[in-house]
Design a protein around this ligand. Structure first.
Ligand SMILES: NC(=O)c1ccc[n+]([C@@H]2O[C@H](COP(=O)([O-])OP(=O)(O)OC[C@H]3O[C@@H](n4cnc5c(N)ncnc54)[C@H](OP(=O)(O)O)[C@@H]3O)[C@@H](O)[C@H]2O)c1
Length: 237
């Protein structure tokens, strides 16, 4: 049986999720793309020649239903890519931001990945080489020289803090799973042109951005776990 990969947050052809699905399919994965709106996922799945399922990562019922579907169809999961993420509060101000916005951002960017990992843990354990990729961001690190948390250019406080927390989740799950075959890493795709016009500000191609996600999804057994990477290179937290 081919390896099975699930990717969350695949609703746009320009997005990193779509490109990750394309690259994983090209190397033989059976890819299931997911989106909140199944019509969007179906359209993209038809283009890619993969399958689609509905998934809202903030909804326990939606997550449980997907787990049951994958269990019945495949009985295992090899790769989980937690790509769904949003709430890019450009020019945000942590002193005036609405707490409802903060809660929703955490529910998607942090708890969404956490819910998915908890829900799919049992099926991942049934894989011979299970991998979890948390799609993070340099905006959630202290080390990123341009977009990092403490850099003056970084004006995405809520988004940045959710990705900082996501990196913390990666470390804690990796520690908990140190005796398991499951590897989990955070990946920063880098500033990537997933929205029109961003190239002119230096964003790189989506195919380049997605490569690091695919790298972490296909790590060999001696590969790392519990780290933060861009393009397969370790980044500082
Ligand atoms: N592009 C960059 O420069 C960059 C840099 C660093 C990190 N990232 C990260 O890369 C990931 C993909 O971003 P992208 O740039 O490709 O943008 P994107 O296409 O907007 O991806 C975000 C996806 O998350 C989905 N989503 C939001 N809330 C969701 C929920 N509750 N349940 C399921 N899906 C949900 C969105 O779907 P809807 O259409 O339903 O809203 C959308 O498909 C994100 O985690 C982002 O933070 C991107």
């Amino acid at each position: 049986m081919n390896k099975i990969a699930i990717i969350s947050g695949v609703s746009r052809e320009m997005g990193l999720g779509y490109e990750t699905a394309k690259q994983l399919k090209a190397i033989g994965f059976n890819v299931i793309i997911t989106a909140r709106e199944i019509a969007k996922a179906n359209l993209l799945a038809n283009q890619l020649g993969v399958s689609a399922k509905q998934l809202d990562v903030t909804d326990d019922n939606s997550v449980s239903l997907l787990v049951r579907q994958i269990e019945i169809e495949f009985g295992k999961l090899d790769v989980l890519v937690n790509n769904a993420g949003s709430y890019f509060d450009q020019a945000g101000n942590p002193l005036t931001t609405e707490m409802q916005f903060v809660k929703e951002a955490f529910d998607t960017n942090l708890l969404g990945a956490w819910r998915m990992i908890k829900a799919f843990y049992g099926l991942l354990e049934k894989s011979e080489s299970p991998r979890i990729v948390n799609v993070s961001s340099g905006a959630g690190s202290f080390g990123d020289p341009v977009f990092g948390l403490a850099h003056h250019f970084s004006k995405v406080p809520v988004y940045g803090i959710t990705k900082l927390a996501l990196n913390g989740l990666t470390v804690k799950i990796a520690t908990q799973l140190k005796d398991s075959r499951i590897k989990i890493n955070s990946v920063d795709p880098g500033f990537t042109a997933t929205y029109p016009g961003t190239e002119q500000f230096g964003a790189r191609s989506v195919s380049e951005g997605a490569k690091g996600i695919v790298w972490a999804a296909t790590l060999p057994q001696e590969g790392p776990t519990g780290g933060f990477y861009r393009d397969g290179q370790k980044m500082s937290w």
